[in-house]
Design a protein around this ligand. Structure first.
Ligand SMILES: *Cc1c(COP(=O)(O)O)cnc(C)c1O
Length: 416
């Protein structure tokens, strides 16, 4: 859809404004709500041009610089940033439907996006059905004559199920249905859905792009026409725009995104392989593992893997909570994508009939993978996993791990 893509490492190192701003190498923060004009004629001219700087709820140079970089990374013609990922998602969805329309959404989509699509929009006469994203037939069976939007998230962020993006986009396009995909997990470094035929890409920039757990943001990327329409309507009318101060922080995060993604990928692969080797771990959900049922598809449509994964180890939630509580490198919290490893104990439903199971989700940060694996090993031991009394075979492998330094020092001050 765009011209030639530069390599992502090169894109993030160069600003659109090179040569301006006294030679500043990082786009300065235009900390201003409005832009003033010397004459009425100048103001009239600017007001008639959607790309000009008149008022920061519409365009701000600091935010536009970030948008240009994100559009280039995704291979899109243009992008618009929002105050949060949900600001971007709700704007992109609202830009795609009107009263009387129908949406098909993948079943495992991010919870608030699912609620917005399935519950909130009902008050405006917009209905939705949810489909198994791993199965194109399930998606196609959900289409109705008034379906206008197929909402995707690949991989999803608890069980890491993929959709075949090329096939989904082709199936929707043949019926005049727009597609949106949440690409937060893979980041633009590892997946470019526009190249696969998807119409709009959305991200929570709060996660990998920001990368430092200090800012919230979202983006919508797509064709110039689609983004111009969204700018005229949802961006300006709903007004959930990104602040220039935030754009500068996120742009700084973007500088190291390709490097950080390589590190998250290496750590994610190491932690997933370790978990997979444990006899008491029932399932590891990570598309980077050869055993993942969609590993082939993952390799075909992504260039790499993020560092967010999950696993199941029995149905005893209290025991899993004990395990989580004694982790030291993984801090308990939602969100992910920052430098620091995180853990959360969630409950998810999958399969038919739907089985609700406790799921431990890990965000593998930028720490040493050996230290993280050592931490997991000591926490498994402390929570009693792998003992002879464990329902699964105890073949001694749990103590045969890479857990150097993993012994828990009782009474040690956590100090975090
Ligand atoms: C966090 C998240 C969002 C929402 O982003 P916010 O910035 O928190 O609004 C959307 N999609 C996914 C997959 C997320 O993890």
């Amino acid at each position: 859809m765009s011209g030639r893509l530069r390599d992502s490492h090169t894109i993030v190192a160069h600003d659109a404004y090179d040569g301006k701003h006294y030679g500043a190498v990082h786009t300065p923060i235009y900390d201003t709500s409005l832009f003033a004009f010397p004459t009425v004629a100048d103001m009239d001219r600017a007001d008639g041009d959607a790309g000009s700087f008149v008022y920061s709820r519409g365009n701000n140079p600091t935010v536009r610089a970030l948008e240009a970089r994100l559009a280039e990374l995704e291979g899109g013609e243009d992008a618009r940033c929002f105050a949060t990922g949900m600001g971007a998602i709700s704007a992109a969805v609202l830009a795609s439907v009107r009263a009387g329309d129908h949406i098909v959404c993948v079943d495992q989509a991010y919870g608030p996006a699912r609620r917005f699509i399935g519950d909130y929009l009902r008050r405006f006469g917009i209905e939705a059905d949810f489909a198994d994203g791993a199965d194109l037939a399930s998606i196609e069976a959900a289409y109705r004559p008034n379906t206008k939007l197929l909402y995707l998230e690949s991989p999803t962020s608890l069980f890491f199920e993929l959709q075949d993006l090329r096939a989904c986009a082709a199936s929707a396009r043949a019926r005049g249905i727009r597609t949106i995909v949440d690409n937060t997990w893979a980041s633009p470094i590892f997946q470019r859905p526009l190249e696969l035929g998807v119409d709009l890409v959305v991200h929570s920039l709060t996660k990998y792009v920001g990368g430092h757990s200090d800012a919230l943001g979202g983006v919508v990327v797509g064709s110039a026409a689609a983004i111009a329409e969204l700018s005229r309507q949802e961006l300006v009318l709903l007004g959930a725009v990104m602040l220039p101060q935030t754009a500068a922080l996120l742009h700084r995060g973007l500088r190291t995104l390709p490097l950080r993604m390589e590190r998250h990928q290496a750590g994610g692969l190491a932690v997933a392989a370790y978990l997979e080797s444990l006899p008491f771990v029932d399932r590891v959900h990570f598309p980077g593992l050869a055993a993942h049922p969609q590993h082939g598809l993952a390799r075909a449509q992504m260039r790499g893997f993020g560092g967010l994964l999950s696993f199941e180890a029995g149905a005893d939630r209290e025991r899993l909570a004990r395990f989580v509580d004694v982790l030291r490198c993984f801090r308990i919290g939602f969100s992910w994508g920052g430098y620091e490893s995180l853990v959360s104990l969630q409950e998810g439903g999958r399969g038919t009939p739907r089985r609700r199971v406790p799921v431990v989700r890990l965000h593998v940060g930028l720490e040493s993978p050996d230290d993280l694996i050592g931490d997991l090993a000591q926490a498994f031991r402390a929570a009693g996993f792998g003992r002879a009394s464990d329902s699964r075979a105890d073949d001694g492998r749990v103590d045969d791990d890479r857990a150097n330094g993993g012994d828990r020092q009782e009474g040690e001050e956590e100090g975090e």
